[in-house]
Design a protein around this ligand. Structure first.
Ligand code: B12
Ligand code: SF4
Length: 504
């Protein structure tokens, strides 16, 4: 079977968005699916890196019998546009499917005639069974036997099949078919570091922050690729820089220790970036040192707030003190800290200033300030759905406020746009120790620095301009609704559930 897997582009290239300047990762989900059907002819097309018309060219030239795409919430319209183009060009003979976080958590958004099936949850086995079914010539509207799908049946009604188990040992999945990803220098990067490969080494998280759906997507279970399997994959990766995509890589101490042992034993010399919680860093300085020595260069963590109450409200189950300690440890070790902070809709001007002062006090090398956003599938979404000003998926990018703000919107965005300049002392304080401790790494990123400075200049013009936020909202957020004051805090609605941690 000819299969085309397409990574959607952010809906308007060049506007606000992480991919533009901060983080562009390989289309790992698509490479993972491709690895499940090695007997078929599969192509991967990353539309974030291709001209718009490339999709039409490939559709006409390759004539795929199946087109699949993936979607976060913000990719929703572009993902549908891809499947629309496939149906429009190739007709009903081309089977279309979408999977990923948004289709799983909000499948109704994809129940359209250009979509034949929606993959719910983890995709590997569902996709392999679907391809085998279609390749054997079985009817495309009769998929009841394949678990983990929502599909259009013969009478064009949407039906859901039985639930797909998400228990399979991660080591038993084949490694992603990375050879199908076209990689040119500079395509995939984190800030100045690249060329960069991406590797997912665990699924799920044992915490339950109310703004995040990872733990719900993976049904409160966390599964890990073993240290051995990680190293087997690392040895096949040419890139010097590897991003471990796990949402919470810094957990399960035993696995991390085994990973350090195995990297040392096999003499794998690479640099690693990843995501992890600050409380783990604060509580495990020795292990962080070992990870640094094994090549860990950057950790992205959700610091979220300068107030313990706000952290408790988010069910973050950590403290400002842990954040502070983690920032110190990373400076001491020369690990670059990327810190995500959240601006809330009830912020007044002094709250913005206090947050920026706090970031400068911590000395985070790469501080990223986002806006509290109830993403579909989260507890926060369920709590605050009635207050949403829009359901336009493009604005759920954490850079626009989909809830009413206490400050007038213009002023809210003016204060938000101040961040780039306001937290510059933090960048200096956080970056110099890293350069001092890791000169070899920074020398290697020279071309990345040049490339990044060019992108940054274009990007900062947009980010620094509060009007760009307001322009993006035109026609999407009701002007009258912008004037509504923020409702009182929803503290009563807090849910406090016991946390189940891995036994390390
Ligand atoms: C890398 C990454 C990015 C990259 C690009 C992602 C990409 N699509 O290539 C970048 C940095 C650009 C990014 C940006 C953002 N991201 Co992001 N990102 C991730 C991350 C860490 C890894 C994605 C990944 O490759 N996972 C590994 C693969 C194997 O897993 P998977 O994608 O889930 O795929 C499996 C299934 O979903 C399914 N599947 C997926 N696609 C398909 C397609 C088909 C056809 C089928 C059958 C199955 C299928 O099968 C796969 C294998 O089991 C995830 C967290 C995570 N752990 O997944 C967050 C995540 C996807 N991001 C998220 C968010 C919120 C964002 C941002 C909005 C905000 C932010 N983080 O700052 C921005 C939006 C950017 C924009 N355009 O405005 C949320 C999405 C929530 C949602 N409701 O959509 C996640 C889940 C993080 C979280 N903790 O909530 N992100
Ligand atoms: S610790 Fe991170 S991945 Fe886990 S639930 Fe909280 S935000 Fe999500």
């Amino acid at each position: 079977m000819r299969i085309l897997l397409v990574q959607p582009a952010p809906f308007e290239p060049g506007r606000l968005g992480l991919e533009n300047v901060i983080w562009m990762s390989e289309p790992v989900a698509l490479a993972q699916l491709a690895a499940m059907v090695p007997e078929h002819e599969v192509r991967i097309l990353d539309m974030r890196l291709e001209p718009d018309l490339e999709l039409n060219r490939v559709l006409l030239e390759f004539e795929p019998e199946l087109v699949g795409t993936t979607s976060m919430t913000t990719d929703c319209y572009q993902a549908k546009a891809i499947l629309e183009a496939a149906k429009g060009t190739l007709g009903e003979g081309c089977f279309t499917i979408v999977g990923g976080h948004h289709p799983t958590l909000m499948p109704e958004a994809f129940e359209q005639t250009c979509v034949d099936a929606i993959c719910l949850g983890e995709g590997e086995e569902t996709f392999a069974e679907l391809v085998a079914h279609l390749a054997a010539g079985h009817p495309p509207r009769s998929l009841q036997a394949i678990a983990g799908l929502r599909f259009r049946n013969e009478s064009s009604s949407w039906v859901t099949t039985s639930k797909r188990d998400q228990n399979r040992d991660l080591d038993s999945f084949p490694a992603p078919a990375r050879h199908l990803i076209r990689r040119r220098p500079g395509d995939y990067f984190f800030m100045t570091a690249g060329p960069m490969a991406s590797l997912s080494t665990s699924r799920g998280c044992s915490f339950d922050c109310n703004f995040c759906a990872i733990w719900e997507f993976y049904e409160r279970k966390t599964r890990f690729l073993s240290a051995n399997a990680i190293c087997d994959r690392l040895e096949r990766i040419e890139e010097k820089v590897v991003f471990f995509l796990d949402d919470n890589f810094l957990t399960n101490r035993r696995r991390l220790e085994q990973l350090c042992d195995e990297i040392e034993r096999r003499k794998i010399r690479k640099y690693y970036a990843t995501q992890g919680r600050t409380d783990f860093i604060a509580d495990n300085p020795e292990l962080m040192k070992r990870l640094r020595d094994a090549g860990l260069i950057m950790v992205l963590s959700g610091f979220e707030s300068n107030e313990d109450d706000a952290l408790a409200e988010l069910l973050k189950r950590s403290t400002v003190e842990k954040n502070r300690r983690a920032a110190q440890i990373m400076q001491q070790l020369g690990i670059i800290s990327t810190g995500i902070f959240m601006v809330r809709q009830d912020f007044d001007e002094a709250d913005f200033d206090r947050l920026y002062a706090h970031i400068n006090d911590l000395g985070i090398a790469i501080p990223l300030v986002s806006i509290l956003t109830p993403l579909p599938g989260t507890q926060l979404y369920r709590q605050r759905q009635a207050e949403l000003l829009t359901d336009d998926a493009r604005l759920f990018d954490l850079l626009h406020s989909v809830l009413p703000t206490k400050l007038p919107r213009q002023r809210f965005y003016e204060k938000f746009a101040e961040q780039r300049d306001a937290v510059w002392p933090s960048v200096r304080k956080g970056t110099f120790p890293a350069i001092f401790h890791r000169p070899a790494f920074f020398m290697q990123t020279f071309f990345g620095i040049v490339r990044w400075l060019r992108k940054r200049a274009a990007y900062f013009r947009i980010v620094r301009d509060p009007q760009s936020h307001l322009r993006d909202e035109l026609g999407k957020i009701d002007v009258d609704a912008r004037l509504h004051p923020a409702p009182p805090a929803v503290a009563d609605a807090r849910r406090r559930l016991p946390v189940v941690r891995e036994t390390a």
